[in-house]
Design a protein around this ligand. Structure first.
Ligand code: GMT
Length: 381
């Protein structure tokens, strides 16, 4: 940071389990570690945000319910809280993760303040805020407006930048700043965790996600049911939501003794270090933070060559990418790694190296800091 003064950054994200909230929490944690203040503004404390770190603050948004409204409104109380925290703590920047409704609330909150007190607004697009909501006529124009009014816009992959330009007709500059992951030290040893999971010499496959439809859990289980020999692996699902709706499929496919589920795990590193192969069957991902988390523990993934995933994994070098939805191709790729530990280790080593070189906090948080300095140099409007 040299002699530059520390910054005061407001961060808004979805606090529940999901890549955008996890990334935002990690960013706040890193900024605080570097001497800045990070003020989280959301309806709940973000899932992975440490409770007692210096310079990390949480400001809850209170939403009252009124009989009058059929649908509760979050955008207005959020914008008022953003203005309040900006004023009371002299925020330099409001950095919002996921455009809807956070970017709109930030623009509104900013304009509630007198010019000398207005923070700069940075909007980071994470995925479906462009690829799903951007196509919705009820949201698209509001997103485009908020992006135009933001002081800077970032996307988590070059793929998402292109999609944003096309779908939302955005012409303004967009900074591509990939996601990062900075693993904490595992609390238990790999052997201890594998013992807890009941995994011996089998290859441990890992899938972690919030289980939404786009993650294709049906395909994940289908592929596992096809793997031969079936005793050669176990699948660990780190679920950010209840796995109960998928237990019928697990039974139908005869996978009861192959699938291990852990829900809402906070010490993810313990499990990441225990895994041998990541398996990600999503039909679409703008980045796929879970793949990066596995890479940091030398665990190569088999995933679909879609969206921003090829920016994270170089197929044949730091993992294996196959055509989306192709159960046969997924199964063959996983089998090839199960029966070849040396190849697995080779891919794992280069996955870890790639993660360190391109997607570490050192590289990525430094880019965010540079961006904050750049927008701050624009003055306070
Ligand atoms: O856009 C979403 O679906 C939500 C979001 C989330 O909060 O999980 O996921 C997106 O953001 C992540 C963090 O940047 C990316 O790793 C995910 O690939 C991306 N999801 C999709 O594009 C479907």
């Amino acid at each position: 940071m040299a002699s530059e003064r520390p910054l005061r950054i407001g961060i808004t994200c979805y606090p529940s389990v999901g890549g955008s909230g996890i990334l935002a929490s990690a960013l706040g944690e890193e900024l605080a570690r570097r001497g800045h203040e990070a003020h989280f503004i959301s309806y709940e404390r973000p899932f992975r945000l440490p409770a007692d770190a210096p310079r990390l603050f949480f400001h809850p948004v209170v939403i009252n319910s009124y009989e009058l409204f059929k649908y509760p409104d979050y955008t207005l109380p959020l914008s008022v809280k953003m203005a309040e925290v900006s004023r009371d703590h002299g925020l330099d920047v409001l950095h919002v993760h996921y455009a809807v409704p956070h970017a709109t609330a930030a623009i509104l909150g900013q304009s509630m303040l007198p010019p000398g007190q207005r923070p700069r607004v940075v909007t980071t697009l994470h995925g479906t805020d462009t690829t799903l909501l951007g196509r919705d006529a009820g949201y698209g124009p509001a997103i485009t407006y908020a992006l135009d009014r933001s002081d800077a816009v970032t996307t988590v992959s070059a793929y998402l930048e292109q999609e944003t330009r096309q779908l939302l007709s955005v012409r303004r500059p967009i900074d591509v700043i990939h996601n990062f992951f900075e693993p904490h030290k595992p609390r238990r040893s790999r052997e201890e965790v594998r013992r807890e999971l009941g995994v011996g010499r089998e290859a441990l496959l890992l899938h972690s996600s919030n289980l939404r439809a786009v993650k294709r859990i049906d395909l994940l289980l289908e592929c596992c049911a096809r793997i031969r020999p079936r005793e050669s692996f176990k699948l660990l699902v780190l679920a950010g939501a209840s796995f109960a709706p998928f237990m019928g499929d697990v039974r139908r496919l005869g996978l009861e003794d192959r699938v291990i589920v852990r829900e809402n795990v906070t010490e993810i590193e313990d499990y990441l270090q225990a895994a041998d192969i990541g398996l990600f069957t999503s039909d679409m991902e703008s980045f796929c933070l879970s793949i990066l988390e596995a890479m940091c523990f030398s665990c190569p993934s088999v995933a679909a060559a879609v969206g921003g995933i090829p920016e994270v994994v170089v197929s044949g070098s730091s993992g294996l990418l196959v055509a989306p939805g192709d159960a046969d191709a997924f199964t063959r790729a996983v089998e090839s790694l199960i029966c070849d530990p040396a190849r697995r280790a080779e891919l794992g080593t280069s996955a870890r190296q790639r993660a360190r070189e391109l997607f570490s906090a050192d590289v990525i948080v430094t880019r965010y800091e540079g961006l904050y300095r750049r927008v701050c140099a624009l003055g306070r409007g």
